[in-house]
Design a protein around this ligand. Structure first.
Ligand SMILES: [Zn+2]
Length: 84
């Protein structure tokens, strides 16, 4: 009986760890390369990769601004260049 509980506890720990990892990943800013891949449609077609970027863009103004730079055809590394 103890083994059953231990196995259950281990399963739950694993599931929470997996979920936690995915949630944490949506809070991490996406890299320039990932953002570029997303914009040009080259991002891995897995729902996980897509939703991670979309969810992050939903709550990170910084990354949305970077995406807007891409949409306006500006390089992402131009933070030293004025916007005018
Ligand atoms: Zn971000």
């Amino acid at each position: 009986m103890t083994y059953v509980f231990a196995a259950l506890a281990a399963s739950f720990a694993f599931i929470f760890w997996k979920i936690g990892k995915r949630i944490a990943a949506t809070y991490r800013c996406v890299s320039d390369a990932t953002l570029r891949d997303y914009f040009y449609g080259r991002l891995k077609k897995t729902p996980e990769a897509q939703s991670q970027v979309i969810t992050h863009l939903g709550h990170c103004e910084k990354c949305r601004d970077r995406l807007h730079l891409l949409q306006r055809g500006k390089p992402l590394e131009d933070h030293l260049v004025s916007d005018e």
